[in-house]
Design a protein around this ligand. Structure first.
Ligand code: ADP
Length: 165
């Protein structure tokens, strides 16, 4: 069984993240979506809320194909513990490349048997980020094409009384 860990902040999950999850599922039998807890203080949603949203967005996935967890500290430690074969990441634009390239090589240095697999989302999502979605939502903009309906509602609830992200 081939397993990949898809790590990220997912604050909140977007259709771009979901695109990568579904593409990853074509290559891997088991995809572990791992929510990073390191930057908890900077996030709009708590780890629990982010995990719940990912679970809801992937509820139609057959049992056993996907797992939603959280982790703190070094990603490679989590990957080693989980016994995964690869790290899954999304690449949107050239701007993602340098950071992802450094991370992938550093992670391979730290855990040499694990490679990072990069996937490109549908071009509709190539400029989409959680940060942009939070910003647009905080000013009352329409984010319905970028996130699942229920995430849009969660954003509205969070943004009430919050003028800025
Ligand atoms: P962000 O806050 O930028 O959305 P995350 O930490 O949640 O980023 O992202 C986790 C992973 O998902 C990263 O590999 C990131 O490049 C990727 N990703 C995020 N948004 C998209 C998107 N719209 N299309 C493809 N990959 C994405």
């Amino acid at each position: 069984m081939r397993t990949a860990v898809y790590p990220g902040t997912f604050d909140p999950i977007t259709n771009g993240h979901l695109d990568i999850i579904f593409r990853g599922m074509k290559l891997f039998d088991h995809v572990i979506v791992a929510v990073l807890v390191n930057r908890e203080k900077d996030t709009m949603f708590t780890v629990g809320e982010r995990m719940e949203m990912i679970a809801k967005a992937t509820r139609d996935v057959p049992p056993g194909r996907i797992e939603i967890t959280s982790f703190g500290g070094l990603l490679v430690n989590y990957v080693r513990e989980s016994g995964a074969d690869a790290i899954l990441r999304g690449i949107r634009a050239i701007s993602d490349f340098e950071y992802e390239f450094q991370m992938a090589l550093m992670n391979r240095k730290l855990l040499k048997q694990v490679d990072t697999v990069f996937m490109m989302p549908d071009e509709r999502y190539s400029y989409l980020s959680s940060k942009l979605v939070r910003e647009v939502a905080s000013f009352g903009g329409d984010v319905s094409v970028f996130v699942p309906d229920f995430v849009e509602k969660c954003l509205k609830t969070k943004c009430e009384g919050r003028p800025h992200v």
